[in-house]
Design a protein around this ligand. Structure first.
Ligand code: SF4
Ligand code: SF4
Length: 630
């Protein structure tokens, strides 16, 4: 086995520079150039102090003009903007979850989508009080899908999955009136509250931001995760590879990008089809290579071991290799730049969802009923495009790392069972993890999540923070583009245990795990919520007492704010490396970084200095340990 060495950010950058040079040969644009045109950014926007929700404005708040035309002050304007930002994220994640519920409704033993994890379906059905005895599994799937879809618009009651939280957390949500009702209602209510002439009270706006966030994390996202597992299988540890070096010079490269696994799963099916492989060979390629970008990549990596080409700010890089026959996208985080960029190369940019339609793309509308035909057409299109490659433009940076991924909540339990003495202790619980935390062998855990953002040197914050934390015996659970940064650097290689403190290293060896556990895509942060809920229950403590924090050091999207809000509202302190657009209001900033602690026992910390951010998290973990007396 070759000697293990992390890939550095400098090496990532060297590869990117080579690709930009490749792009320069054909006049390709890239985000690195567009950032220059867009900076410095507008201060009103950055501070959240511009209001354009009615046509008396836009109103911009300055010392000379402290109120908008309607009389709204800066705190109301910043609070409204923050809530709208949250609602955008919550709607987006939850609509992804809704699509999965619709796909579940299409599940058919002879159709495109099957029930791959019937046990999980039955478990959720029982949890929801649905009779399962003697029912055909597909009838049950359809019944559950309808019940799940009702969670979006039911007139009364709160989200079903809230009952998974410890009693104390549920009581907080009730007491603070933030237990989320129907998901769509929370989004609509947020838009209603922020309409001209409605709420301008920061407390009310921040409270609804938490509620709308919770409807995502414990509602839409959780259903997205759970029913994706039912349809496509619950992830188990699996080997894969990460970074641009997973693209192959002699094969048809199909890149799947976006978030919804319904499309990418089908593409993977057809890319493995012997008929398609034979066709690729006929066209002069040695085979078909599917790799991923962003969360679609996480979904198929976790379930199939499909390699991860890159994360958010790498999406243009895959085209710049000149070796991408097709970049096939579903929804979210897709640069509209991919259309014009693809035109500089032979790449086909294929959009597939009515939700994400873009210029300069080939639109093959994908739906659950025709998924097989659609996927086959896309794979065929990519194969036929192989001959159009320009060899002089092919440049694949030979850089990749091995990664073990697939740590769903269920697979973490199974991994722990292997180190449980079943003669003495009960299996199927998080007790071994709790014992490691309580004894101090592991000091705590950090949930590393979120995007890349050009405001932070890409991937540096993710990677440097993870290195620092594991060296201090803090285990990492990661998702989204943060997970991909880790994988590309090598932190999901089991040999990365050598970078850990002695305690965590021992745990990695005993449990045979890497120190950074890939828990999936962004909607899969719901898996982390289940994990902390169960850990709190087994430790007989509140979630807010656990030595666990959340961190999004390079976040950029509305979804990330929705996530942050539900993580905080679940009782987990959350650390951000990029400022949300709230600095214009001392009241809103004060609530988010401090005031909400009185409501939900956790708050945000914003720190742009990565080293200080790491120190702050470690200090918080130790503070929590001291308070627990462990
Ligand atoms: S709602 Fe008020 S602050 Fe906003 S644009 Fe209209 S007048 Fe200006
Ligand atoms: S982490 Fe951020 S950039 Fe990456 S896929 Fe999720 S939302 Fe998009």
């Amino acid at each position: 086995m070759s000697e293990f060495k992390l890939t550095s950010v400098e090496e990532f950058e060297q590869a990117t520079n080579e690709l930009l040079e490749n792009g320069a040969k054909v006049g390709a644009d890239a985000w690195q150039f567009r950032v220059k045109n867009q900076t410095p950014h507008c201060k009103f926007g950055e501070q959240g102090t511009c209001c354009r929700i009615c046509t008396m404005g836009p109103c911009r708040i300055t010392p000379k003009a402290p109120r908008g035309i309607c009389g709204c002050d800066v705190h109301g304007i910043v609070g409204r903007n923050f809530l709208r930002f949250t609602a955008g994220g919550s709607a987006t994640h939850s609509d992804h979850g809704r699509e999965i519920c619709h796909t579940l409704h299409e599940a058919d033993p002879n159709g495109n989508y099957k029930v791959k994890d019937p046990e999980k379906l039955i478990r959720i059905a029982k949890e929801w009080g649905v009779e399962t005895e003697g029912k055909d599994i597909y009838d049950l799937a359809h019944e559950m899908s309808e019940l799940a879809l009702m969670e979006y618009g039911k007139p009364f009651g709160t989200q079903r999955f809230l009952k998974r939280a410890p009693q104390h957390t549920q009581e907080i949500w009730e007491r603070e009136e933030i237990a989320p009702r129907a998901i769509d209602r929370e989004v609509a209510c947020s838009l209603h509250m922020t309409h001209m002439g409605c709420s301008s009270l920061p407390e009310a706006l921040v409270r609804q931001s938490l509620r709308s966030g919770l409807s995502d994390g414990w509602g839409g996202s959780m259903m997205g995760t759970e029913f994706s597992d039912v349809l496509f299988g619950t992830p188990k540890p699996i080997e894969t590879e990460a970074n641009l070096g997973v693209m192959k010079e002699d094969e048809v490269n199909i890149i799947v990008h976006g978030h919804d696994p319904s499309l990418s799963e089908m593409i993977c099916e057809y890319a493995d089809d012997p008929e398609m492989i034979a066709y690729a060979k006929e066209m002069g390629a040695k085979g078909i290579n599917v790799a991923g970008v962003c969360c679609t990549s996480n979904e198929v990596a976790m379930r199939r071991g499909v390699p991860m080409a890159g994360n958010f700010l790498q999406q243009e890089n895959v085209v710049l290799t000149g070796a991408c026959e097709a970049i096939v996208v579903d929804v979210q985080c897709i640069f509209p730049a991919l259309g014009p960029l693809s035109k500089c190369f032979h790449t086909k940019f294929v959009t597939t969802s009515p939700i994400a339609q873009m210029p300069d793309a080939e639109y093959i509308r994908f739906n659950a009923k025709t998924a097989g035909e659609n996927a086959k057409a896309i794979v065929k299109m990519a194969i036929e495009n192989f001959k159009n490659r320009k060899p002089e433009l092919v440049h694949i940076p030979h850089m990749k790392q091995k990664a073990t991924v697939g740590y769903s909540f269920e697979s973490i339990i199974k991994t722990l069972d292997k180190v449980t003495n079943s003669q003495v202790d009960q299996t199927g619980t998080l007790m071994p993890l709790w014992q490691c935390v309580a004894s101090g062998v592991i000091r705590g855990a950090v949930a590393m999540v979120g995007c890349n953002n050009p405001k932070v040197r890409p991937d540096t914050a993710h990677i440097e923070l993870m290195k620092k934390l594991i060296a201090h015996d803090v285990i990492i659970v990661a998702s989204g583009c943060s997970a991909q940064a880790a994988a590309r650097a090598g932190l999901m290689d089991k040999r990365a245990k050598d970078l850990c403190g002695a305690g965590l290293k021992r745990v990695c060896e005993l449990a045979d795990i890497p120190p950074v556990l890939h828990m999936g895509s962004c909607v899969d942060i719901s898996r982390m919520m289940v994990l902390v809920a169960e850990l709190a229950k087994i430790g007989n403590v509140n979630i807010s007492q656990l030595p666990v924090v959340g961190c999004a050091p390079e976040w950029m999207s509305e979804k990330a704010v929705s996530i942050g809000n539900y993580v905080v509202a679940t009782g987990i302190d959350t650390y951000l490396g990029v400022e949300p657009y709230v600095s214009g209001s001392t009241e809103v900033t004060g609530l988010l970084t401090n005031g909400v602690r009185d409501w939900v026992e956790a708050a945000y910390t914003v720190e742009k200095d990565i080293d200080k951010l790491g120190d702050a998290m470690l200090a918080r973990i130790e503070e929590k340990r001291a308070a627990l007396g462990v």
